[in-house]
Design a protein around this ligand. Structure first.
Ligand SMILES: [Zn+2]
Length: 303
């Protein structure tokens, strides 16, 4: 009984708060699904965060690298698209389901590009604010090889046009998006995370619901009615769906904000169950509702 309860609790917490640990996944069964998004741009789904592939005349830019166990499968899927060399792996953030595959691509000559704070978080390690789960520090050769501080980073590929920019303290403090202008594709990282889940807000890495909403506003400005939006997790969506997702996050924020203004403690805010109807629509359990209340509460208490 205790064992079952523990398992249920940690599973629920994991679903919200942390990417699955690699050792819990049977990678042998994972197949990579390739979706053509048009104009030499593809989405790959395997295990972990969605991958976006941008093929130029002189090389390939790849957004996120999933797990090391996925390297050979991703590499094969990319080779089936183009024989050009993989020049850049861009990390949308530091979480292992997006970045732990970096090192193997780096060994093969790719530059690993991320915001400064990705390198910092990877080098130092992070303890999850809700679960206490540790992301262990990673060693030198697995760290990004090119980082940028703020604004945008320039990574040229011949024949392609895109912008790569930073969103301040949102899902984490090192979030990067890639907007591929010439294919009208936007890779958002985990600021957009769809399916039967709330997005995670990694408050231990200075993530904040306010930054999430600002990031979504940036994405809504970049996108138009034809933009194909590749979320960190879940299916490719359009701008209308993105606007609905933003409205859901804002609704959650407003409900928790009211409890904060009423002077409720974090535990009282959780006990008030402000998100239950939203959670029911998403198809998540009580634990996920409680976790999301806590993450928003802590966000709002951060200056
Ligand atoms: Zn993430």
């Amino acid at each position: 009984m205790i064992r079952t309860m523990l398992a249920a609790t940690s599973f629920a917490a994991l679903m919200l708060a942390a990417p699955a640990m690699a050792q819990q996944i049977d990678f042998s069964k994972v197949e990579v699904k390739t979706t053509d998004l048009g104009n030499r741009t593809w989405e790959l789904e395997g295990q972990g965060g969605n991958v976006t592939v941008v093929v130029g005349d002189d090389g390939i830019l790849v957004v996120d690298a999933q797990y090391p166990e996925m390297h050979d499968k991703l590499k094969a899927a990319i080779a089936a698209i183009s024989k050009a060399p993989i020049r850049y792996i861009v990390n949308t953030h530091y979480h292992v389901d997006h970045s732990s595959g970096d090192a193997l691509f780096a060994k093969e000559g790719a530059q690993i590009v991320a915001h400064d704070n990705v390198k910092k978080r990877l080098a130092e390690g992070v303890t999850n604010a809700l679960t206490g789960a540790k992301t262990e520090p990673v060693k030198g050769d697995a760290l990004p090889t090119k980082t940028y501080t703020s604004g945008k980073v320039d990574l040229p590929l011949k024949g392609r046009k895109y912008e790569i920019g930073h969103i301040n303290t949102a899902h984490t403090d090192g979030d990067t998006y890639v907007y591929v202008q010439d294919a009208n594709v936007l890779a958002t990282g985990d600021i957009v995370s769809l399916g039967a889940r709330y997005p995670n807000i990694d408050v231990a890495a200075a993530g904040n619901v306010k930054g999430m909403i600002q990031g979504l506003d940036t994405y809504l400005k970049l996108a138009n009615d034809k933009t194909k939006i590749v979320p960190g997790h879940g299916p490719v969506i359009d701008k209308t769906r993105l606007a609905e997702y933003r409205a859901m996050i804002v609704d959650c924020r407003d409900r928790v904000q009211k409890l904060v203004k009423d002077g409720k403690s974090e535990d009282d805010a959780v006990a008030a169950k402000p998100l239950d109807d939203i959670g029911a629509k998403l198809g998540v359990n009580e634990q996920a509702n409680a976790n999301f209340v806590r993450l928003i509460y802590r966000s709002l208490k951060t200056a």
